[in-house]
Design a protein around this ligand. Structure first.
Ligand SMILES: [Zn+2]
Length: 220
């Protein structure tokens, strides 16, 4: 079971408590239905970011995995949430002064303990990929969903993170059928000379083997 953490800023926004049945299991069908209806993952802590805009077309056909940790390689603070909501304190760490002016976001952020934060509804365009290229098209933000794993390129991600990623991915694939398992990629592959995340520590097989194929995947 995923136990969301509640930070003071986001607690009032949380909707996740409605998504567990009496056994503490996630009501998966309700999770998918809520995504389709609202663009929000109801097991995530909602932490709305101002860094989004409308997708130029309504297409949602790619899932991009990233990593982030702030400060780099330090886990557990609220700095990623602060960064994606344009309130990172430039004085809190020397690195923050370099990045605090950036206006970026992702749809989801999965912490080391497996708790999930959502910044932007999936039907809106989050600002996670930057200059990028996939399948003959650039500007992957236009048609992708971005998931940030709390971590770095060379340190193993946690079991809890993979479990949450699997759950979120499976729900997203059902809500947005254009995201087939061959349209899940990493930032390092769509922005190759510029980005290295989620890096060699990310266990792609762990993700792909945990995703149930859809009928459309089996027939193709
Ligand atoms: Zn990235």
């Amino acid at each position: 079971m995923i136990k969301p953490l509640y930070s003071a800023d986001c607690m009032s926004q949380n909707q996740g408590r409605n998504s567990y049945n009496k056994d503490g299991k996630v009501e998966f069908e309700l999770v998918v239905k809520t995504i389709v209806e609202s663009g929000w993952l109801n097991i995530a802590q909602k932490c709305p970011s101002p860094n989004f805009n409308q997708r130029p077309e309504d297409e949602i056909s790619l899932l991009v995995i990233h990593n982030i940790s702030l400060p780099p390689k330090q886990y557990g603070g609220a700095f990623v949430e602060d960064f994606f909501c344009n309130r990172l304190n430039a004085n809190a760490h020397p690195y923050f002064a370099e990045i605090c002016h950036l206006e970026v976001s992702s749809h989801l952020f999965i912490r080391r303990d497996g708790s999930i934060v959502q910044f932007v509804p999936f039907n809106q365009r989050a600002w996670h990929a930057g200059v990028s290229y996939y399948g003959g098209r650039d500007n992957c933000n236009d048609f992708s969903i971005g998931i940030e794993m709390e971590g770095c390129d060379d340190e193993a991600y946690s079991e809890a993170q993979y479990n949450s990623l699997q759950l979120a991915t499976q729900a997203i694939m059902l809500a947005y059928p254009q995201i087939s398992s061959d349209r899940i990629t990493g930032h390092e592959f769509i922005s190759p000379k510029r980005k290295t995340d989620p890096g060699r520590a990310f266990h792609w097989q762990r993700l792909f083997s945990s995703i149930k194929p859809k009928d459309s995947d089996l027939s193709s």
